[in-house]
Ligand binder design. Structure first.
Ligand SMILES: [Zn+2]
Length: 148
């Protein structure tokens, strides 16, 4: 089994950055073709994601030369969404809890929480997260913490 197949299987043939499916049969020279990205979240640190991830060729960070960006889903109604990659990296080092988004309604906050936990289950499969929604200042704050 090639490295690409191993990493692709581990990541369920989804791009670790944009979360869209990657076609295992696409040409490795195509922009949307499969590639191994050797940039890992908290590389080599406990609980961090593995250092080899599946990415579309166009999304690949080229071993970290391009800063990885994980966008929040466009349908979510969130204000001041925190940068996901940096937040996860910090939580993997320091633990604790961080404010990741503010929402106008409790429903929006619940939806954002659910989306984020699902997204993180693929972005950082080696870590376990939980969210809390806290009302404050007429808004609902989504807090993210790491549990292991
Ligand atoms: Zn991608």
């Amino acid at each position: 089994m090639s490295d690409l197949d191993r990493v692709g299987d581990a990541d369920g043939w989804r791009c670790w950055l944009c979360d869209a499916p990657v076609d295992p049969d696409a040409s490795v020279n195509a922009d949307l073709g499969p590639s191994v990205d050797s940039f890992g979240v908290a590389k080599g640190k406990k609980g961090g994601a593995s250092a080899e991830r599946l990415a579309h060729r166009a999304c690949n960070t080229m071993k970290g030369k391009i800063a990885p960006v994980v966008p929040w889903a466009e349908h979510l109604l969130v204000a001041e969404p925190a940068p996901i990659v940096e937040t996860v990296e910090r939580l993997s080092r320091k633990g604790g809890r961080e404010l990741v988004a503010r929402c106008m309604s409790e429903d929006d906050a619940a939806e954002a929480s659910e989306w984020l936990l699902d997204r993180l289950s693929r972005f950082a499969p080696g870590m376990k997260f939980e969210t809390q929604v806290k009302p404050g200042g007429g808004q609902f704050m989504v807090m993210l913490s790491v549990t292991t």
